[in-house]
Design a protein around this ligand. Structure first.
Ligand SMILES: N[C@@H](CCC(=O)N[C@@H](CS)C(=O)NCC(=O)O)C(=O)O
Length: 205
């Protein structure tokens, strides 16, 4: 059975769980206690030299990095497909995955870390800066989503890459401006997917 080395609060692990759910794949999780640096143990570093979750083991294959794991899952378990077929569209989907990894997830992660600090330790200027960064990303996505249901043709790994942090915009104190009607409709549409509902349920259970 597929094994996922997991830390449930990790957005990168959540990205992989969305794909496992979309493809209705059974898997077991191995909890990696990031709070106690289990990711730096020699055993774990043998699986992933970067010392980060997620790691996925499928039979003898050990794969790390959420984006690479998700593409592996889509290649190995092609139904339903989560990448477009044309090379232009596949490149565009990868650009969005990369954009999510570099321009959305890190900012959201910094914000979550800052907000988890004691009230007198919180850097309000930093919080405002990162909230504005996230809104700028949403504005960019809104322009791109004009006339579209999903980022690239059908629902794809490009959309998956954004879901974990889209689910927690409100707790991060980020309000989607009402003018961003395309983003609002996209978030609503994503929220109706059983894979996203399952993840939301797991996070609130
Ligand atoms: N590019 C990697 C990033 C993985 C990553 O940053 N994982 C975080 C959890 S979301 C982690 O394991 N952090 C522990 C650490 O850096 O020590 C991916 O997409 O999987």
């Amino acid at each position: 059975m597929i094994k996922l080395y997991d830390f449930p609060q990790s957005p990168n692990c959540q990205k992989v769980k969305l794909v496992l759910a979309e493809k209705d794949l059974s898997y077991e999780t191995v909890f990696v206690d990031l709070m106690n640096n289990a990711q730096r143990s020699a055993d774990f570093l043998r699986l992933n030299p970067y010392g980060k979750v997620p790691v996925l083991i499928d039979e003898d294959e050990v794969i790390y990095d959420s984006t690479i794991i998700n593409e592996y899952l889509d290649d190995e378990y092609p139904h339903p497909p989560l990448m477009p077929t044309g090379s232009d569209e596949r490149a565009r989907a990868r650009l969005f995955e990369d954009f999510a990894d570099n321009s959305f997830m890190p900012q959201a992660n910094v914000l979550a870390t800052e907000l988890s600090k004691a009230a007198d330790q919180i850097d309000q200027e930093r919080i405002q800066r990162y909230r504005s960064d996230l809104v700028r990303v949403l504005e960019f996505l809104d322009r791109h989503l004009e006339g579209k249901e999903y980022l690239v043709q059908e629902f794809s790994l490009a959309d998956v890459a954004f879901v974990p942090r889209l689910l927690v915009l409100a707790p991060l104190g980020v309000t989607v401006p009402e003018s961003l009607t395309n983003v609002m409709a996209w978030i609503e549409r994503l929220g109706q997917r059983p894979s996203v509902q399952k993840l939301q349920h797991e996070l609130t259970a």
